[in-house]
Write a protein that binds this ligand. Structure first.
Ligand SMILES: Nc1ncnc2c1ncn2[C@@H]1O[C@H](COP(=O)(O)OP(=O)(O)OP(=O)(O)O)[C@@H](O)[C@H]1O
Length: 894
């Protein structure tokens, strides 16, 4: 087993990649294709040959100097809020001013496919297909969902001058972004939409320009003529935009007066161009407008975003949307209709960008703000809202992350408990949204967010346009059989990085155009792979979950939550074999911690702060993680429990790099220390190494009675004055101690029990899903009407049972309960590693091939015992290790 999974344990599992779900493209013209639903979606390869020349964007040559496309690893675009800020600056849209007051994982972990239509067919006449120069295909969103129908109110496309200092090149942002970015007066939204005669005139002008460069006078006339026409068009467009906005405003006012189906439907048509609400949307919107906290469970791609976007237009204050990933925030921000002014805050933004967003919030220029859950640790952020009733609605996206019983628990989501939101942010209404939650998870989330059971809106959790299948067969065979032979673009998701490389090589050797993609590949290369995939230059990407975030290729999605989001038929295939199941099962044990380790951990957490209530403490993530052999995410979970449990033992603060290495430049250190108290303290608390001063920021902050932020600001100040330079390292969890536990042993026992229950729950979930898959392959064809290799009915039934059922239910599993050689092997292993200290868990992990902070795979995978007992129950191996360790005097045994 490896440590290079991009989607490891539950704590670090990234939310499955997410793509926007644009409205359906126009119906296809080809009769043969439209005769069958599946044929419509799948473009046979021979068709691709013949259609190739008709490809619009993908086949177009790239612009002369194509800027690099954005990737999930590139710095975040700072643009969205600036662009949207431009609304309020635009005189032509002053009307808008008043508006401002206005087991999924299971399948993805293995390997699954979906088909992606041939752009040559699906995107005929579609200007929005991602291209090398526009890999995100952003314009498609605007053009399909909004601009085509509501172009006139797509205000982002209206020219608005922006301060040049803010401008930044960003090609993936679509026309509207480029327009603003370049401060260009030409309206890209009009590009290609000029009437024929005008276009004729322009081309005439261009060719003439080429023919006779000296005829400057005539050229000047034509330019002038062109400009006049462009201005006229622009004015017309502005007028249309203004009148559209008036209509939207009127519709908003009508809903405020009476939130009737009719009024809401009108607003939906005006803003989104959709005819009707989808199942669950209207109900959710009305609940929120009634200020009733609501739990909304709709399938992926069912339109949950609209359920907060419409209320955001109606409610007076800010709508705060909590997202687990920055990529998702940006994705959602991009998909806001232009009439909704949005922004986001993320730790990867520059301080001035954060400051600007905060300013916009304070002046009420942002209606929807996307934030990460970690933001709720930041006192500055919370203080913005504390004094006022600025927030009308808090939306908890991917709300299952709140519950430790979910497949994707995030410790920082624990902080979103209703009591905290109410106490700190005066929140009246919470909308929690998810597509994947079992009954236990839902109950947990609703209890944490104080959502009454009666306020649950839950619609079908499965979409019926997904054909589900499972097999144990050879990948190549699958790729060379129907329907996959006819699929243009395929993503194969794997659990581990090494698997992506292995499979990619295998397919490549078999003449399939393929690349692997995972977070270990340099960002530049990843962008390139994404670009090649989006422009259909490679057919297959073998990836970990690192691929997909921010990927805007239509219909991309290779696990059950992503495929077929446009409503068309898609295929999700799961490869499964016993070994994969055993390895996944082993991984479920990678977060577990022994009581002994938790006890030591608690001692460090509280010894640091002994007799110093209220003082700043820190725990350097990497070294503490290695010392206690606890994953960083698990340490954070424990710290969060200590903060939010029945007794509050500590208060977490934002994470910080705590070790500072400082050089003095202008004034001598002692002279500067005479004038500056902080510098004097630094000199006292530092170690000097080769003329550099190395100190711990919280220690200095405690000595001068300041916060770490104060110290950081002062350091920055000195740096700006040229007095010092410094480097920060050692990211750490920071906290202040509220109360030292009276009984460390009892607390350790309690935390260990809780972690082990969570671990068992994860194992049971995996067992259930494996059982369902095995059942599909072995039995269901006879009983559930599954057809040939397609197991849709039986898998759907089992998945639904899984979501509706109880997480505590055990199913038969294939895991071995004993092995005659186990004890003997452990003995040999211990004898050959006499210098190392082991706990039973550490031995069991090595024998299961699970890396941990203190026993990394780089070292321990070299032993031939690594992963040897993956098919034997982890607990059994741990017991055997404990017994053998007891035979070794002097070993660190529990
Ligand atoms: N009433 C509607 N009619 C037609 N299309 C709609 C409607 N509501 C939403 N959509 C479209 O459905 C697509 C998916 O919407 P959205 O991204 O909100 O789904 P989601 O439920 O949030 O998905 P996920 O769970 O993956 O985040 C979007 O393109 C959206 O514009």
């Amino acid at each position: 087993m490896e440590t290079d999974s991009d989607s490891g344990g539950s704590h670090i599992s990234a939310t499955p990649p997410r793509c926007q779900n644009p409205p359906l493209p126009p119906p296809l013209q080809t009769n043969t294709l439209s005769s069958s639903k599946s044929k419509v979606r799948v473009a046979p390869s021979h068709l691709s040959e013949t259609k190739k020349p008709t490809k619009s964007k993908p086949s177009q040559p790239a612009p002369p100097t194509p800027p690099p496309p954005p990737s999930d690893a590139t710095p975040l675009p700072t643009l969205p809020f600036q662009i949207r800020r431009s609304f309020s600056q635009n005189p032509s849209i002053s009307a808008f001013k008043s508006l401002e007051t206005l087991p999924a994982g299971f399948c993805s972990r293995l390997a699954s496919f979906t088909k992606i239509q041939k752009p040559s067919l699906r995107f005929e006449n579609d200007q929005s297909l991602p291209t090398p120069s526009n890999p995100q295909g952003i314009n498609e969103i605007k053009s399909d969902a909004f601009a085509k129908k509501k172009k006139q109110i797509n205000l982002v496309s209206v020219d608005v001058p922006l301060p040049p200092a803010k401008l930044r090149k960003c090609n993936g942002e679509g026309n509207f972004v480029r327009l603003n970015l370049n401060n260009n007066k030409r309206n890209f939204a009009n590009k290609g939409k000029r009437n024929k005669s005008f276009r004729g005139k322009l081309s005439y002008r261009r060719s003439k320009k080429k023919l006779n460069k000296n005829e400057t006078e005539s050229k000047g006339d034509e330019d002038e003529y062109g400009l006049i026409i462009e201005n006229l068009e622009q004015n017309q467009k502005n007028r249309r935009a203004a009148s559209e906005l008036e209509l939207v405003e009127e519709a908003v006012r009508a809903v405020r007066d009476e939130a009737s189906d009719e009024n809401l439907g009108r607003l939906l048509r005006l803003v989104y161009g959709y005819d009707s609400f989808r199942d669950g949307q209207l109900e959710a919107i009305k609940m929120v407008l009634d200020k009733k906290s609501t739990m909304l469970v709709l399938p992926t791609g069912a339109g949950k975003s609209l359920c907060y976007q419409i209320p955001a237009m109606i409610l007076p204050g800010l709508t705060l949307v909590v997202c687990p990933l920055v990529a998702l925030m940006i994705d959602q921000l991009r998909h806001l209709p232009p009439v909704i002014h949005g922004g986001f805050l993320s730790s990867s933004q520059r301080p001035e960008e954060v400051a600007e967003t905060l300013r916009l919030i304070q002046v009420g220029a942002i209606k929807v703000l996307f934030v990460s859950p970690e933001r709720f640790l930041n006192a500055d952020f919370l203080s913005i809202f504390t004094a006022t009733s600025l927030i009308s609605l808090v939306v908890v996206d991917e709300a299952h992350c709140v519950s430790e019983w979910s497949h994707n628990f995030r410790p920082s989501y624990m902080r979103l408990r209703a009591s905290l939101l109410r106490a700190r942010l005066n929140v009246e209404c919470i909308l929690a949204m998810t597509a994947t939650a079992t009954t236990t998870t839902l109950r947990d989330v609703m209890s944490a967010l104080e959502i009454p059971l009666s306020n649950l809106i839950q619609k079908a959790q499965l979409r019926d346009n997904l054909q589900l299948s499972v097999s144990l067969s050879d990948l190549l065979m699958l790729m060379k059989s129907s329907p996959f032979t006819e699929v243009q673009s395929i993503i194969i998701y794997c659990k581990f990085q090494f698997e992506t490389d292995l499979i990619s090589r295998y397919l490549c050797d078999n003449s399939i155009s393929v690349k692997s993609y995972h977070s270990g590949i340099p960002a530049k290369d990843r962008s390139r792979i994404q670009e090649l995939f989006c422009s259909n230059k490679i057919r297959v990407v073998v990836a970990t979950v690192a691929f997909g975030m921010g990927l805007d290729k239509r219909d991309v999605g290779a696990e059950i939550g992503r495929a077929g989001r446009d409503g068309r038929l898609s295929y999700c295939h799961l490869f499964l074999d016993d070994i994969t199941y055993f390895r996944l099962r082993s991984l479920m044990y990678s977060d577990g911690v022994d009581e002994y380790a938790i006890n030591k951990f608690l001692c460090q957490v509280f010894t640091n702060g002994m007799n110093s209530h209220g003082k700043l403490c820190s725990l350097v993530k990497e070294s503490a993680s290695r010392k206690f052999d606890i994953k960083e995410e698990v340490m954070l979970t424990l710290l969060t429990c200590l903060e939010l449990g029945e007794i509050q033992y500590l208060q977490l603060l934002p994470e910080l790099k705590v070790t500072c290495t400082l050089n003095f430049h202008k004034t001598t250190p002692t002279l500067l220390a005479d004038k500056d108290k902080m510098v004097a303290t630094i000199l006292k608390k530092s170690e000097t190494k080769q003329g550099q001063y190395v100190f711990d920021i919280p220690t200095v902050a405690n000595s001068i009675g300041a916060t770490t932020i104060d110290v950081s600001n002062q350091l920055l100040n000195l740096k700006m004055r040229g007095e010092i330079t410094y480097e920060l390292k050692d990211p750490a969890y920071c906290y202040t101690i509220v109360e030292v536990p009276s009984d460390f042993c009892a607390l350790s026992a309690h935390l260990t029990k809780w972690l082990s229950e969570v671990e068992n729950c994860k194992v049971r979930k995996l067992d259930r899903m494996f059982h369902a898959a095995v059942f599909a392959v072995d039995v269901c064809e006879k009983t559930h009407g599954c057809n040939g290799s397609l197991h849709t009915p039986c898998l759907q039934k089992n998945i639904l049972d899984y979501f509706r059922g109880d997480d505590n239910c055990d199913v038969p599993n294939k895991i071995g309960q004993s092995s005659p050689f186990l004890r003997a092997d452990i003995k040999v292993f211990l004898q050959s590693n006499l210098n190392a200290k082991f706990t039973p868990r550490a031995v069991a992990r090595i024998l299961h091939g699970i890396a941990s902070p203190a026993y990394p795979s780089t070292i321990w995978s070299k032993t031939h015992f690594w992963g040897r007992y993956v098919q034997i129950n982890f607990q059994v191996v741990m017991e055997a290790a404990k017994a053998e360790l007891l035979n070794f005097a002097g070993k660190d045994v529990l």
